[in-house]
Ligand binder design. Structure first.
Ligand SMILES: [Zn+2]
Length: 286
């Protein structure tokens, strides 16, 4: 939190603060969201896999390029922490910070889930969201943020001194280790900052601190994405439940989440997997 300044306020402070804000990364040069294509892709799509993520646990699903997956709320309000990996190269993974820089603090239909450098390409496109009605509330909160990191045992230990093993970071680590047959020490560094599925978050008006409030998600709600490359999807059912009070403990009620994987039956025409970024990677060295 920024402290109150001790430096004398300059005489032109008002003018300096009043300069026009400009968008850091205008994204209007990106291809526009092709709703007709994605609507066609989902028409008649066939359910081919269903993966349950138990409360306070993680799990993974394989989603081939050109398939669609849904994260579905079942039984009760529950937040999910989402990781995405290139199924063929786990070093390419979801880049929460860049996705935020391009699309804003909270994502929705039409936004892409971008991957890390050097590929930096769309891993998935959000094509459906039953919480799209929520918008931003009076607190400045909204759902599906790319602000938070993931609840983790290190921050919990730092703040409370405790040892808690079912934070989303640990749940995702165990799930990835099991899916790929990796030791925990190799899986852990591949776990990354998340998209907080269904979580309602924002920054307080006064101190600009990260806040959460009980998720508006209800059983039957879902978010739906189209896989732009072959994906390994990791999801943790956060120990915070609806994240209305606390996380990193066994105190609150938690519910499962479900990942549904669908195969389109529609002809996808000349659609192709997203290609890696075309920067030449010379970094100025001939
Ligand atoms: Zn969590």
């Amino acid at each position: 939190m920024k402290p109150d300044g001790v430096t004398p306020i300059p005489s032109d402070a008002r003018a300096r603060r009043a300069v026009k804000a400009v968008i850091c990364y205008p994204n209007d040069s990106l291809p526009p969201y092709d709703s007709a294509f994605y609507d066609r892709a989902r028409t008649g799509m066939m359910l081919v896999d269903t993966v349950t993520v138990p409360p306070r646990q993680g799990n993974t699903a394989y989603v081939p390029a050109g398939h669609i997956f849904r994260i579905v709320s079942v039984d009760g309000p529950q937040v999910g922490d989402l990781n995405l990996w290139n199924a063929n190269d786990l070093n390419e993974r979801f880049y929460s910070g860049k996705t935020r820089a391009l699309h804003g603090t909270h994502v929705g239909v039409g936004d892409k889930m971008w991957s890390t450098f050097p590929a930096m390409r769309p891993m998935a496109t959000i094509i459906g969201d039953t919480l799209d009605w929520y918008g931003f509330d009076a607190d400045g909160g909204s759902v599906h943020d790319v602000i938070g990191t993931r609840c983790d045992p290190y921050t919990n230990n730092l703040l409370t001194g405790g040892q808690y093993h079912h934070c989303c970071h640990s749940n995702l680590t165990r799930a990835l280790a099991e899916a790929k047959g990796l030791p925990l020490v190799e899986a852990e560094p591949l776990v990354h900052d998340v998209m907080n599925v269904f979580m309602c978050t924002g920054f307080t008006h006064k101190t600009h601190q990260y806040f959460m409030k009980a998720s508006p998600v209800r059983p039957g709600d879902y978010i739906e994405m189209f896989a732009e490359i072959d994906l390994l999807v990791g999801l943790s059912a956060c120990p915070g439940g609806d994240c209305g009070s606390e996380h990193s403990s066994d105190v609150v009620t938690c519910h499962p989440l479900v990942i549904e994987v669908y195969k389109p039956i529609a002809d996808l025409g000349d659609w192709q997997m997203a290609q890696p970024n075309r920067y030449d990677r010379s970094h100025g060295i001939d």
